[in-house]
Design a protein around this ligand. Structure first.
Ligand code: SAH
Length: 214
């Protein structure tokens, strides 16, 4: 086992399993995806650190635990079509692709979208489609989605995203102030959407029409 693969295995045990991530499919996906491929070479030593890592354009990739917790909350099924808002490095999109049929991911910074597209293609994730744009409005032309994951902090759950959820679908998003949020899970059932609130978290802001002003 290479040193980085060893760090990955330790991350899964010590940061995920020990803290209550239980879904075996999520643990397996986090064991497979090489996080080091998504971070800049200067941050490789931090790739499996228990903290966010800078990714350029003033953004960060979340710590592994919060990625696992949010992905677990989506309750992905192999046939799901998923929308991710906030591609960043593409790491979380790769985790989603391990667990679902198709992933659409939207990033507002063109240079991050381009880099993520290259890394994901290089690793063979052909089921991931990276789109440059304002993901707070979702991706109407590809809707409906079975699952939606918002990877940036929203002031409220964007209406556009709820409207693009399939019946029985589920959305997971950090919602709160610019500095602190709580994970929110929204489940759409017919005309009703039921929202529950969960753990505290800190994400970079969702900047866009249904997010914060830049
Ligand atoms: N999931 C990413 C990390 C997300 S960081 C990963 O695995 O690396 C949050 C990302 O959301 C940042 O890259 C930021 O530029 C992006 N973002 C913020 N507002 C956005 C918006 N309205 N639409 C799309 N992307 C947005």
């Amino acid at each position: 086992m290479t040193a980085l693969a060893g760090q990955r295995a330790r991350m899964v045990e010590e940061q995920l399993r020990a803290r209550g991530i239980r879904d075996p499919r999520v643990l397996a996906a986090m064991s497979r995806v090489p996080r080091e491929a998504f971070v800049e070479s200067e941050h490789i030593r931090d790739a499996y650190g228990d903290h966010p890592v800078p990714i350029g354009a003033g953004q960060t990739v979340s710590q592994p635990y919060i990625v696992a917790a949010m992905v677990e909350a989506l309750e992905l099924r192999p046939q799901d079509r998923v929308l991710e808002v906030g591609t960043g490095t593409g790491y979380e999109a790769a985790i989603l692709a391990e667990l679902a049929a198709e992933v659409w991911t939207v990033e507002r910074h063109a240079e991050l979208a381009e880099k993520a597209r290259e890394i994901l293609a290089g690793l063979g994730y052909s089921e991931v489609h990276v789109v440059h744009g304002d993901g707070s409005l979702g991706l109407a032309e590809q809707a409906p989605f079975d699952k939606i994951l918002v990877a940036a902090a929203a002031p409220r759950i964007p209406e556009s995203l709820v409207s693009q959820l399939a019946d029985g679908g589920r959305l997971v998003a950090p919602v709160g102030s610019r500095s602190e949020q709580q994970v929110h899970i929204a489940r759409k059932q017919g005309r009703e959407t039921i929202v529950t609130t969960h753990e505290l978290c800190r994400f970079v802001p969702l900047v866009g029409a249904e997010g914060w002003e830049g």
